[in-house]
Design a protein around this ligand. Structure first.
Ligand SMILES: C[S@@+](CC[C@H](N)C(=O)[O-])C[C@H]1O[C@@H](n2cnc3c(N)ncnc32)[C@H](O)[C@@H]1O
Length: 201
């Protein structure tokens, strides 16, 4: 199973949310693409951060489209149900845990609140197809995935993300991922302490 966990890189996700929320204000629909979402811990963490920070009304306009090549064929089921073993939830701050997770049966598994689940959908998708899953995204989040690609593939995938973003949309990747020279002119970096970029053009 892919390596990921709830509240991974929490501060970066909070920073991304802080920049996303003003661009989302007043929009009828806010689309986010989490590319390489694994079994859902990252997009669900982002959804919870946004649920806490956005008003209830704007949160209802949020749609997180989570995709992964999913070699295991298990992610759709896990993400759709939003059910995780208790030991996977230990890093979640206690107040958030109490608020958004419901114990099932013998208590060994918990389910994420429908408010959060309803904002997420999953689709199996290969980034190297270079076909975006849509357009007009306010944010493309792709963390700990690009490092697996060859340099030329990375450039092509980042160009695809650029084409999928709405004007002024955000692209975020992990701290150790350097923006290639070939795509640097397509984005401006908007945070010193994170690989968070705004689309130019
Ligand atoms: C280390 S996990 C990252 C999960 C999450 N983004 C995080 O940072 O916690 C890497 C994910 O990338 C996915 N992946 C690898 N190659 C891919 C491709 N060509 N298209 C889509 N997803 C891919 C893997 O299936 C895996 O779930």
């Amino acid at each position: 199973m892919a390596f990921t966990y709830f509240f991974r890189d929490f501060q970066t996700l909070q920073l991304i949310a802080k920049h996303l929320i003003p661009t989302a204000a007043g929009r009828a629909s806010v689309r986010v693409w989490d590319a390489g979402c694994a079994s859902g811990q990252e997009p669900y963490t982002l959804a919870i951060i946004l649920a806490e920070a956005m008003g209830r009304f704007s949160f209802r306009n949020l749609k997180i489209e989570a995709t992964d090549i999913d070699g295991s064929n298990l992610f759709e089921d896990i993400i759709t149900k939003g059910i995780y073993p208790r030991e996977d939830l230990e890093r979640i701050p206690p107040d958030i845990f109490e608020k958004y997770f419901y114990s099932l049966g013998d208590g060994s598994h918990l389910q994420i609140d429908e408010l959060i689940r309803g904002r997420l959908s999953f689709k199996k998708h290969d980034l190297l197809s270079l076909k975006p899953v849509g357009e007009g995204f306010s944010l493309v989040l792709c963390k700990n995935v690009l490092l697996h690609f060859q340099p030329a593939e990375r450039v092509a995938v980042i160009k695809m993300f650029h084409s999928a973003l709405a004007p002024g949309g955000l692209f975020a990747t992990e701290q150790t991922q350097i923006m290639p020279d070939e795509t640097a002119a397509l984005f401006e970096q908007i945070a010193d302490n994170a690989q968070l970029f705004r689309k130019i053009g």
